[in-house]
Design a protein around this ligand. Structure first.
Ligand SMILES: *[C@@H]1O[C@H](CO)[C@@H](O)[C@H](O)[C@H]1NC(C)=O
Ligand SMILES: *[C@@H]1O[C@H](CO)[C@@H](O)[C@H](O)[C@H]1NC(C)=O
Ligand SMILES: *[C@@H]1O[C@H](CO)[C@@H](O)[C@H](O)[C@H]1NC(C)=O
Ligand SMILES: *[C@@H]1O[C@H](CO)[C@@H](O)[C@H](O)[C@H]1NC(C)=O
Ligand SMILES: *[C@@H]1O[C@H](CO)[C@@H](O)[C@H](O)[C@H]1NC(C)=O
Ligand SMILES: *[C@@H]1O[C@H](CO)[C@@H](O)[C@H](O)[C@H]1NC(C)=O
Ligand SMILES: *[C@@H]1O[C@H](CO)[C@@H](O)[C@H](O)[C@H]1NC(C)=O
Length: 252
């Protein structure tokens, strides 16, 4: 009886720390807020994923006032009545063929991307609501020369509400997002981290993760919690078992 108890508690003494270590490792790995975005090479629909660009806007005194790291893909579909055809184009923005400019004011900030030597102009305007201290993407405009079209085509929407973040924090979304801008134009974004206001020292503020990413992290958190519950049960069983064997010793 005491022999079996000894073997049992020896087993538990060895396995318990092991399980604990695994669970702790698991939960730290999933719960800890990642500060850097790792590149995943998930397979994607026909056009490959756009490269992630690093875009910066500096204010007049030379300090960075807007920071945006993101991959951008334009999805354009237009019907041209005079040419009697529908043009469907998916265009990846190539960061190394892009010139960045823009401006920063108290409650608006803009990011201007000149792509392919001005053949494509893409502008993002961010607004800050100073009552709620939230910023958001409020306007997108695009002028693009498509090979299938004689004239450059333009899109603009000034009443958007995307990429919402809190002043002092950066907005982060690793998952692909589709921002529909206007009939015929949507923008797919990849691995976004941006901050249009309150950038200090050329660095992002703490990241606020988007809903898509949080949903993605929910499953590992649930698994971690279940494992922690299991450990608790094992721990209780161990403590009860130890108490019993102590009682056993006393009767001898
Ligand atoms: C630069 O200008 C911004 C506002 O445009 C201000 O917040 C910041 O403190 C200035 N930095 C320096 C070093 O003057
Ligand atoms: C582009 O948009 C069309 C709908 O307008 C959609 O069917 C298609 O899947 C989109 N393509 C990409 C790569 O997002
Ligand atoms: C437009 O093209 C379709 C087929 O692509 C054709 O049936 C139609 O007659 C054309 N309309 C005009 C106005 O050219
Ligand atoms: C841009 O980058 C692509 C691949 O990342 C490379 O093939 C191309 O040569 C680069 N172009 C320039 C102008 O640097
Ligand atoms: C893009 O902007 C530049 C500078 O503002 C301008 O010269 C160019 O014509 C624009 N291109 C298009 C396609 O609108
Ligand atoms: C700013 O936020 C406040 C509070 O959330 C809201 O009532 C107000 O309509 C917002 N203003 C604008 C211009 O969006
Ligand atoms: C601008 O975007 C909003 C939100 O997606 C949409 O409701 C609105 O119809 C768009 N306006 C134009 C002119 O495309």
């Amino acid at each position: 009886m005491t022999q079996i108890g000894g073997v049992q508690s020896w087993c538990l003494r060895v396995t318990l720390p092991l399980i604990l270590a695994v669970v702790l490792h698991q939960s730290f790995a999933t719960v800890a807020p990642p500060t850097t975005v790792q590149t995943t090479t998930a397979p994607h629909k026909d056009p490959e994923r756009p490269e992630r660009g690093i875009y910066k806007v500096t204010s007049s005194n030379g300090t960075t006032c807007l920071l945006a790291y993101m991959g951008l893909q334009l999805n354009i579909s237009i019907s041209s009545v005079p040419q009697n055809k529908t043009v469907q184009d998916v265009v990846n923005i190539k960061p190394n063929q892009t010139t960045t400019s823009g401006s920063c004011e108290a409650d608006t900030a803009s990011l201007l991307l000149l792509i392919d030597a001005g053949k494509t102009n893409l502008t993002f305007v961010f607004s800050l609501n100073s009552t709620s201290n939230k910023y958001y993407l409020s306007e997108v405009s695009l002028t693009i020369a498509l090979p299938d079209m004689k004239e450059p085509v333009s899109f603009r929407n000034r009443s958007l509400d995307y990429l919402r973040g809190t002043l002092g924090y950066s907005y982060m979304c690793r998952e692909e997002q589709t921002l529909s801008v206007a009939p015929g134009l949507s923008i797919n974004t990849f691995q976004v981290q941006l901050q249009p206001f309150g950038v200090t020292g050329d660095q992002f503020g703490a990241a606020e993760e988007c809903q898509l990413d949080e949903d993605d992290m929910l499953i590992p958190i649930i698994v971690g919690a279940a494992l922690a519950g299991l450990v608790l049960v094992v721990l209780l069983a161990y403590l009860i078992g130890r108490k019993r064997s102590h009682a056993g010793y006393q009767t001898i």
